[in-house]
Design a protein. Structure first.
Length: 185
């Protein structure tokens, strides 16, 4: 079982071990050293080493940066986990990972009341669609957000910084992320 803060899970030791082994496997398959991946993701090599050993407490942004450097969808990095990942009032669970082209991930996300999550830019060409299921949510690219009520949706370029913001109630939404990779010359 995961312990929780504000009703959101923290990763237990078994989950951290699974994430660490999978991260190391992906890194080795890409032929990257610890130093290369850590530098590209903007984290300390010692922190990456601890993550691969099943220690540490990765943030959502850290997991996104690692996926981006490994050139894999976020869902591919968290796919073996049997639990949600989350931090600071935001919980994300992979629902499905598409196997076609382009890569498409589907997530369930829950955001605690009075939470503002500023997300870093994802890989170039990434697009995000949010459909609000319950509560109220302000979401979209930084400086160009939309206010959503249940049933509303927003599509935005996730390769730019973006934000999710709640007021006095929980918000629950479905998210699809489409990874449109650039054509390599």
């Amino acid at each position: 079982m995961c312990q929780s803060i504000l009703g959101l899970p923290t990763l237990n030791q078994s989950t951290l071990n699974t994430l660490g082994r999978h991260l190391q496997k992906l890194r080795q398959e890409k032929g990257m050293s610890l130093s290369q991946l850590a530098a590209g993701a903007g984290i300390a090599k010692s922190n990456l080493s601890r993550l691969e050993q099943g220690n540490g407490n990765p943030t959502l942004d850290t997991i996104w940066r690692l996926a981006k450097q490994l050139d894999v969808p976020f869902g591919e990095l968290v796919q073996p986990l049997s639990t949600s990942v989350g931090e600071k009032g935001v919980e994300v669970r992979l629902i499905e990972q598409g196997k076609g082209t382009p890569d498409v991930d589907a997530y369930w996300m829950s955001i605690a009341p009075n939470t503002e999550r500023e997300a870093e830019a994802h890989a170039t060409g990434t697009q995000e669609t949010i459909v609000l299921v319950s509560g109220a949510l302000e979401a979209g690219n930084t400086g160009r957000t939309q206010h959503l009520k249940p049933g509303d949706s927003v599509v935005f370029n996730a390769d730019l910084p973006h934000v999710y913001k709640t007021q006095d109630t929980w918000a629950t939404c479905l998210i699809t992320i489409v990874y449109h990779k650039e054509e390599k010359a």
